[in-house]
Design a protein around this ligand. Structure first.
Ligand code: ATP
Ligand code: MG
Length: 239
């Protein structure tokens, strides 16, 4: 029988601990009673009708919007009591976002866009160049390294956005309909790529999508309806 490890490595805290999150715009409640834990490296898809509050939830998890009620802890830290600079630092290093419309910087090349998040860290230039090359290869865009976003197809732009998101080895990727603006084939390519890289880097993922096929790349599928989440552990526990 194997002996117990005298120094077991401590279990990492959940990426997110969310409790009773709520938000309203005027009289309209767009999120209510949302509670869940997201473990390190876990992947979850959120589907649900248009206007049900999916993007609002992602914004609150990313610290770019504030709920009116509830708690969000990111890796054990209370996100809602953080100063803007601390949230900005988290968004540079730990919380990456991928969007439907890519949002690459139009005046930077592919290579420069992917490198951009690293300029805000203090890595030596040789390490930076190595990482950029590695990420360009991982998303198959090396041959367009010197192209500008306007010279790329939608699928290529999203591959650059994925490389840019993952280059800092974030703890979580928040993806809001990342295939929503792509044709079927490019959507599949982008999903396969996200799935592979997220797995390789043990990154957690929250994927908002209208596509059941896209949702199926995640370990868990949750549904948002009228601002309420179902399918997540706390709703199963009847809370
Ligand atoms: N800044 C705002 N002011 C007022 N209402 C807003 C604002 N942002 C969002 N809403 C409303 O909140 C609700 C939830 O919006 P949200 O964008 O989160 O939906 P969604 O589930 O992401 O929809 P979609 O699938 O169409 O992207 C909608 O009714 C929307 O009109
Ligand atoms: Mg949305």
């Amino acid at each position: 029988m194997s002996r117990p490890d005298p120094n077991p490595s401590p279990k990492p805290p959940p990426v997110y601990q969310v409790r009773d999150l709520g938000k309203r715009y005027g009289a309209v409640r767009v999120m209510q009673a949302i509670s869940f834990d997201l473990a390190a490296g876990a992947t979850v898809a959120i589907t649900g009708p248009s206007g049900s509050g999916k993007s609002t939830l992602l914004h609150c998890l990313g610290g770019v919007d504030r709920p009116d009620e509830g708690l969000v802890a990111f890796e054990g830290q209370d996100l809602l009591s953080m100063q803007n600079e601390s949230i900005a630092a988290l968004r540079r290093k730990k919380i990456a976002s991928i969007f439907q419309f890519f949002y690459l910087l139009p005046t930077l090349t592919v290579e420069e866009n992917i490198q951009f998040p690293l300029l805000l860290k203090e890595d030596p230039p040789t390490e930076r160049r190595r990482r950029v090359k590695e990420m360009m290869a991982a998303v198959g865009i090396e041959h367009r390294a010197h192209a500008y976003p306007s010279e790329l197809s939608g699928g290529e732009q999203q591959r650059v956005a994925i490389a840019r998101a993952l280059i800092v080895s974030p703890s979580v990727v928040l993806a809001d309909e990342p295939t929503g603006n792509l044709d079927r084939r490019n959507g599949e390519i982008v999903l396969e790529l996200m799935q592979r890289l997220i797995h390789q880097h043990a990154t957690a993922l929250i994927l908002v999508t209208h596509s059941q096929e896209a949702a199926s790349i995640c370990q868990q599928q949750w549904v948002m309806e009228d601002g309420r989440l179902s399918g997540n552990s706390s709703s199963r526990a009847g809370r």
